[in-house]
Every structure is written in C-alpha cells, then in structure tokens.
Design a binder for this molecule. Sequence first.
Ligand code: SAM
Length: 324
Amino acid sequence: MSANEVTHDDVQEFYGEAAKKPQADLCCPTNYPIEDTSHIPQEVIDRFYGCGSPVGIAEIKNGETVVDLGSGAGIDCFIAAKKAGAVGSVIGIDMTDEMLEVARKSSEKVSENLGYRNVEFRKGYLEEIPVDSETVDLITSNCVINLSPNKVKVFQEMIRTLKDHGRILISDVVSEVSLPKEIREDKQLWGECLGGCVTENQLISYLEQAGFYGVEILGKTFWKTVEKINFYSVSVRAFKHNKSDKCVYEGQKAVYCGPFKVIIDDEGHVFPRNEEVEVCSDTASKLSRPPYKMFFNIIEPDDKTGNSCCTPGANGLSDSPSCC
Ligand SMILES: C[S@@+](CC[C@H](N)C(=O)[O-])C[C@H]1O[C@@H](n2cnc3c(N)ncnc32)[C@H](O)[C@@H]1O
C-alpha cells in the first residue's frame, strides 16, 4: 500500500462528519416510494447517501435474513425490515460509530411503527463481515463498495456469509475508465464515492472471481462527469451456488425455452433453443432456480411428459412454475 492510498480511517472520518451533519447531494441519492419509508424517522432520511434502490428491487420475501453492508443511518435496513416481516431479520454493518448511533437510536422508533423488532446494527468492516458463514439469504449494499480499499476481500466475504442459492443486490458508482492515481489518492473524491470506483467490467469480474453466477445489471444511470470522466450508478444482482465435489450425471436434461436462438451459461454449457441437453445435477439445480428458472424446463429421468412449454417471467426471480 502506498503512503497516499485512502484508508478506512479516512472514510470513517468523512462519514463521521456526514452522520453529524446531513450533506445534501453527497453520492447520488435516489427517491424511494413513500410507502417504503413512511415508518422511518426523518433524521435517517436526511442521511441517505445511497446511489440506487437495492432493497426496492431485491424482491425480499417474508422471513428472509438480510444483511446490508455499509448501512449508514439505516434507511435500507429499515425498508428491508418492513419487507422481511416479523419473522425475518435484518443486520446492518457499518464501521462508523456516528452512523451506527443514528441508526440504533432510530431503530426504536421504527420498531414502534412496525409493531415488531427485527433489525440490529453491528460495528464492523465489509472486508471482515461480523456475521456467521452461510447464514444470509440476501446481501444488499448501497453506494459502499466503491469506498473499500480491498474490494476482492469484500466479495469473498459476501460469498462466505451467504447461504447456498443466496443472492446479492448492490447499487454502486462505477467509472467509465480506470481512474488515474491523482483521482484515486484524492480523499475528498474517494469520500464522495468517486475516487474508489472501478469500471463496470471490473466490478463484474470481481463478482465472477469470487464465484458468483447469474450476474445481471438491473439498472444503470448517469451520475456526473469529473475530470472528463463519466461516472454511473449501477445496480447488479448475482447468486451463490455451492458446487458439489464431483459432477454427477443422473439423466437430467435441460431445455432452454427461448427467446434467443442459443445461450451459454457461466460454465460454458451451450443451450440451443428447444433442444434437450443432458446436464449434471449441479447445473440442473442451478437452472431450476432464479435467475434461470423462468427460461428452462428441467426434465427428470423418470419424467414421461418430456419437454413442455415455458412461461418466461419478467425478471427471472418469480416463484411461479417455469412450465405449464
Ligand atoms: C455512502 S455511505 C452509504 C450509506 C447507506 N448505505 C445509505 O445508502 O445511506 C457509505 C457508508 O459505508 C460505510 N463504510 C464505508 N466503507 C466501509 C467499510 N470498509 N466497512 C464498513 N463500513 C464502511 C461508511 O461508514 C458509510 O456509513
């Protein structure tokens, strides 16, 4: 690490100040629907420093365990708390005491408004998430990963803490090109969620290297231009799947239903439209779940009906059956 690199301490100092005194226009805040935020105290809303709406598009189910990384004053945790319901649980992780203080104080009011308590805030780093392995259904993060000095570790930690088939939904700022040293070493620009940005391709590559699959860009909007470089806010979803030690073929076949003529999955399997392709049990398990479920028909060895029609969904996350 060079002497000029931005550290956790620099970011903590920046967000300690932003917790004490709200800063309009820091990061690129999004507007949330009023029905999602009506139970949340104003001091939290005033300290919303996100750049997207990961909890709004994560399709949180009742009873899920959600972890929000870099939870700040807690806005996304409190929205998730409403969506996950009384039997769900939400854990916000942040390293900055001043942010945790606002979030913990506000959680009293939120519990009162919701009629149940399912949120807690833990002090910790994204690079060392204080959560047990394989216990989380969904990880969200809103304008935070760009602030980490060790992004590879953050994605490894996400994989560690997620359950098998768990998912992440992150909104973050990306840069059009790799950033020059002068921008990366500027503490103010780093704090403003610009100096620590990587490109969209680099972000996807981090996810793939950590072992995520089904990576999908769900949204992208222009944020601003600094030093002639364009910055964008992107929302990305990806899934975890625990691979078994050996590939076992049990006679299962996958049929890709379209709309494209042919597609290739993350492991290089090729699926021409409407053709039966023999797959191993790992691949069959993956293709029969989101985000692929809506596009495949899995034929079990004892299934006499064979290939049948599919009902593709809008975003592949729906629980409705893939075939009629
Ligand atoms: C831009 S704010 C976003 C806060 C919140 N997600 C929101 O949308 O309002 C970034 C937050 O992430 C926290 N943070 C940044 N880097 C972190 C790290 N490496 N580990 C833990 N927290 C971190 C900061 O303390 C700050 O509260």
